[in-house]
Design a protein around this ligand. Structure first.
Ligand code: S3P
Length: 443
């Protein structure tokens, strides 16, 4: 079904997907769970932590600054926190690998500790903008020296006595918001953050869960203001992390586009601020049902049932963008098999993700025979009406896990195989992706 040569792999039409599966723990929630557990006074237990490389980068950095993080089982970890204010200066640079979330959130944590650290990353991460976090963190008293382009490597010297501010964000970014909330933990007084549009609120939910004093107010126009009182004393917790909806997204689109498919993905996070893709797929006619909806440690969770469906094109409104910011690559694949033209705009941020996702997706889609128009801030995709696309191309994954997985899924409904030049980046978020697909094909 899949040919494998080192990291290069080919994906071809292999019949319907069926059966039940799970996906790795949510990457966003895992970073936050490790960081808040590291700030708590005592031992926390985290079950379902993401096994991906990105979360490993966060764990290594926290260890280097004094937290003890030890495996209890395959996906269960103990964290002995240092307490708010207790981070130490690391002896060596902290390697953030491919992980923008590790880099930006840890900058926030360090900014209000009297600690100096150098952050480095791989060539993809070293192209991504850090000034959006560095700027506001300087206003609380941190000293941050980045490359002339405002990228990694950078050195951050945290403030001995950080100053509480009211930050009014211009970019809708959960990473920037979360960096400032983490900085607020060890800042005396009330820090306020106003975001222009509501973005994923895992930090807010988990801070509350760990006992921080946090208030969230809705703003006219869809934004929110979050107030956090520091210095906060966090109480250790036992937490279970749900499956990552951003990983489930690839399997869901595979089941929708491959004729005859019917799958169940158990225990997936359904935070409303992450559900944009699933809302869009349903609006396109996708048969997606959430069963057994429940709350687990402050986050909504469900089992997702997905069946093959004839998809109609849809347009994505710019207001919906933050709720599906990571899902555009796989949305574009769904759109390429839908009936009609799907249009997106307001996606400039996609150009500064792990790769320029607008350019990478436009190029890859054309290579497999889809009709695409590329604009500065989005794509228009003329769908195949459910028919297989030609395929027969090699796709550059551009060190981007989501580009690699998106075209792997596209290959499952192409006339000829689609080859991904390297599946190695997939391990940052979804180790076991290929095995999971194989299992769903043989169930
Ligand atoms: C994330 C926020 C998003 C998302 C990233 C994870 C987070 O980034 O793209 O994969 O965990 O807060 P931005 O905040 O830059 O949009």
């Amino acid at each position: 079904m899949y040919s494998v040569t080192k990291q290069q792999m080919s994906f071809r039409s292999s019949g319907p997907l069926s059966g039940e599966t799970v996906v790795p723990g949510d990457k966003s929630i895992s970073h936050r769970a490790l960081m808040l557990a590291a700030m708590a006074d005592g031992q926390s237990r985290i079950q379902g932590l993401s096994p991906g490389g990105d979360v490993r980068s966060t764990a290594c950095a926290l260890r280097a600054m004094g937290a003890r993080i030890e495996a209890e089982g395959p996906d269960t970890w103990h964290v002995d926190g240092v307490g708010t204010g207790g981070l130490n200066t690391p002896h060596a640079p902290l390697d953030m690998g491919n992980s923008g979330t590790s880099a930006r959130l840890l900058m926030g944590l360090i900014a209000s500790h009297p600690v100096t650290a150098t952050l480095t990353g791989d060539s993809s991460l070293s192209r991504r903008p850090m000034e959006r976090v560095a700027g506001p963190l300087r206003t609380i008293g941190a000293t941050i020296a980045a490359s002339p382009q405002g990228t990694l490597p950078l050195t951050i010297e945290g403030a001995a006595a950080a100053v509480p501010r009211h930050h009014r964000l211009t970019v809708a970014s959960a990473q920037v918001k979360s960096a400032l909330l983490l900085a607020a933990l060890n800042t005396p007084g009330v820090t306020r953050i106003t975001e222009p549009v509501a973005t994923r609120d895992h930090s807010e939910r988990m801070l509350r869960h760990f006992g921080a004093r946090i208030e969230v107010a809705e703003e006219p126009g869809g934004g929110r203001t979050i107030a956090l009182a520091g210095k906060a004393a966090l109480t250790p917790q036992d937490i279970a992390i749900p499956g990552d909806p951003s990983s489930a997204a690839f399997l869901a689109v595979a089941a929708l586009v491959v004729p005859g498919s019917s799958i169940v993905i158990r225990n997936v996070g359904t935070n409303p601020l992450r559900m944009g893709l699933f809302d869009a797929l349903r609006a396109m006619g996708g048969d997606i049902v959430f069963d057994n909806e429940r709350m687990v440690d402050g986050e909504p969770v469900a089992d997702m049932r997905v069946r093959h469906s004839a998809l109609r094109a849809t347009d994505i409104a710019p207001q919906a963008v933050p709720s599906m910011i990571d899902e555009f690559p796989i949305f574009f694949i769904a759109a390429a098999f839908a009936d009609g033209t799907s249009r997106t705009s307001g996606l400039r941020e996609l150009r500064v993700k792990e790769s320029d996702r607008i350019a990478a997706m436009a190029e890859g889609l054309r290579a497999i025979g889809a009709r695409v128009e590329e604009n500065q801030d989005g794509l228009a995709i003329m769908g195949s009406g459910g028919a297989p696309l030609p395929g027969g191309a090699t796709i550059a994954s551009c060190m981007d896990h989501r580009i690699a997985m998106s075209f792997a899924i596209a290959g499952l409904h192409c006339s000829q195989a689609v080859t991904i030049d390297s599946m190695a980046p997939v391990d940052t978020s979804f180790p076991g992706f290929v095995t999971t697909l194989q299992e769903l094909h043989s169930a």
